[in-house]
Each structure stands twice: as structure tokens, then as C-alpha cells.
Design a protein around this ligand. Structure first.
Ligand SMILES: C[S@@+](CC[C@H](N)C(=O)[O-])C[C@H]1O[C@@H](n2cnc3c(N)ncnc32)[C@H](O)[C@@H]1O
Length: 303
């Protein structure tokens, strides 16, 4: 793997929000290439620690190697942040000063994983964050498009892709799969394109929303996010900060609603409006363009 596999998004803004200090402990719940992880480590060293979680075993192995080389107290764990409380407890991680979530997929998944996250390459239709060979994780995207009912597929494409043509796409998939199993990204992208009337073709590939929908479904992204938010709130120490970067409205809505439901309860919302990248960052890093950072801080308990 090359040195930089993903450029961290909103890095300065995240560091400002989490305000790491020497000796503190942070959790990076979506560590990936360690872009945020090691920036946090640089601020908490030499006595602090970072618990770095990612679903992708290959990335976790890489993080472990890098931590060893840097002599960094970064404990990298392969698992889902949906199991945050159990993972933190298994590694005796307490007194957590901050938790970062940088949701979704990374440049590594698109460019190098070979797991079918993009229709711009012809790859096996997997779309799972778990590396190949992992015993964890649910069905692959190929299993979903070949096995689910037309109605289930339509619901997934409508709910997670917000595509108004969901029913038409699901029906075209079901007709196509009778001719043979749909196993690659190119096959699926071509089928979705057939479902789109020519007049609706735009600069955006018609398969964009279907691919997003399947990725969210396969990785249970929204359910895992809903599951982890109360755990993150409970794990934080008083004055601990939770920082969450989202990349589409479905994720952002869940975070916004959770923070609002905590108002007057255990969290204070720091970002009335989400923090977005500077024009310069958006220009330099395409992926940053849709990023939104929301931040909340855990209140003191009243004795
Ligand atoms: C946008 S990347 C994070 C990039 C990282 N902050 C950096 O700058 O290097 C999101 C990562 O979250 C991981 N991921 C997605 N869902 C996850 C889950 N439920 N639990 C743990 N990791 C997950 C993906 O494998 C991916 O590596």
C-alpha cells in the first residue's frame, strides 16, 4: 500500500474541535489510513493513547505497523464502531477526551481495495468494508442484487439512494438477473443505465445513487450510526467531545437529530450549523466537498 491512502478531511477543524492535549485518550472510530489518528497522536504524546477502530482488517494491520514504526501508543482494532462500548471495554479504554467519526468510504476503498465501490472500474460487486476473507459482515452487493426481492431492492434504492426511479431500476435488475448472475460493477452500472430514460442522463452517472444505496445497505451504515451514538455519549468523560463528519443528508440527519435530542440532557451542541470545508480544501480534495462536521460536548453531571 502507498504511504498516503486517503487525505484526511477537515483535519484542522477536527483538531480545533477535539483540542487534544498531552496525556489524553481519544477514540478514532473510523481510522482508515490514520490521517486523523496520527495527527491526534502527535498532540497527545508521549503519555496519551488513541484507540483506532476500522472494519477493514487490511487497514488495521497497516495502522498497527505504522504505530510500531512511530512508537505511537495507537491501539488499532478491527471491528465495527457499532460495538464501540464493547471494544473500549475490552481494551480498558476509559476517561475518553474525545471521539471522532469520519463516516463512509475512503479513497483507498475506491482506488485500491478492488471491492467494487465504484462504477468507474470493473470489479467484483462486493462493497463491504471488511477486507476479503473476513468472517464478519453481512451479504455482499452481488448477493443483494441477485437474491433480494424486487420490492426489497426498490426500497433500498429509494431509501438509501433517494432515487425516484427506484422501482424501475429494481425491475430492470430483476429482469437482467434472469439472464445470468450480476457479479461486477460494470454489469450493474449498465443495467441501471438501461432503466434511465435518455432524457434524464446528466453529468452524474445514473448508477451513482444505486451504488450509494447498496453500499449503505451492505454495510448497514445508518443502523450502525444510530447504534453507536448513545454509546459514544456514554463513553465520553465529562467535557469530552464528539466530532462527526458526514457526507450525505441521510447520515447528517441522524447526527443532527441525535444531538438535538440530547439538548438539555447530556450533550451541549457546539456547532449550531455544521462546519464545512474552506473553498481551498473543497478545491483541492473533491471528496471534502460534501463533508459536514458536527460537534457536541458532554456536560458535567450534576451532583
Ligand atoms: C472516510 S474513511 C476515514 C478516513 C480517516 N479519518 C483518515 O483521514 O484517514 C471511513 C472509514 O470508516 C470505516 N468504516 C465504515 N463503517 C465502519 C464501521 N461500522 N465501523 C468501523 N469502521 C467503519 C471504513 O472502512 C473507512 O476506512
Amino acid at each position: 500500500m502507498p504511504d498516503v491512502i486517503h487525505t484526511p478531511v477537515l483535519l484542522q477543524e477536527v483538531l480545533e474541535a477535539l483540542n487534544p492535549k498531552p496525556g489524553q485518550c481519544f477514540i478514532d472510530a473510523t481510522a482508515n489510513g490514520g490521517g486523523h489518528t496520527f495527527a491526534l497522536w502527535d498532540r497527545v504524546k508521549p503519555n496519551g493513547m488513541i484507540l483506532a477502530i476500522d472494519k477493514d482488517h487490511d487497514l488495521v494491520e497497516r495502522l498497527t505497523r505504522e504505530a510500531r514504526e512511530r512508537k505511537a501508543n495507537v491501539i488499532a482494532v478491527a471491528g465495527s464502531y457499532g460495538d464501540l462500548a464493547a471494544i473500549a471495554s475490552a481494551y480498558n479504554v476509559t476517561n475518553v477526551a474525545g471521539i471522532l467519526f469520519d463516516l463512509g468510504y475512503s479513497s483507498y476503498h475506491i482506488d485500491q481495495s478492488g471491492r467494487g465501490f465504484s462504477f468507474q472500474k470493473d470489479e467484483p460487486l462486493l462493497m463491504r468494508y471488511e477486507s476479503e476473507g473476513s468472517t464478519k459482515g453481512g451479504m455482499t452487493a452481488a448477493e443483494a442484487v441477485n437474491q433480494l426481492s424486487e420490492e426489497e431492492l426498490a426500497d433500498i434504492i429509494y431509501q438509501y439512494g433517494e432515487d425516484r426511479l427506484a422501482r424501475r431500476i429494481a425491475s430492470t435488475i430483476c429482469v437482467a438477473r434472469k439472464r445470468g448472475r450480476i457479479l461486477t460493477t460494470k454489469q450493474l452500472a449498465d443495467i441501471v443505465a438501461q432503466a434511465y430514460p435518455k432524457r434524464m442522463f446528466s453529468r452524474i452517472n445514473p448508477a451513482t445513487k444505486t451504488f450509494q444505496a447498496l453500499r449503505i445497505f451492505v454495510n448497514q451504515e445508518l443502523a450502525e450510526l444510530e447504534r453507536v451514538l448513545p454509546q459514544a455519549r456514554d463513553i465520553l468523560a465529562e467535557d469530552g467531545v464528539i466530532a462527526i463528519i458526514t457526507f450525505h443528508s441521510l447520515e447528517d440527519r441522524i447526527v443532527k437529530r441525535f444531538f438535538q435530542s440530547e439538548k438539555g440532557n447530556q450533550l451541549d451542541i457546539i456547532t449550531k450549523k455544521p462546519i464545512v470545508p474552506t473553498p481551498q480544501e473543497a478545491h483541492e480534495n473533491r471528496r471534502a466537498r460534501s463533508a459536514k462536521l458536527r460537534v457536541a460536548v458532554k456536560k458535567h453531571t450534576i451532583q
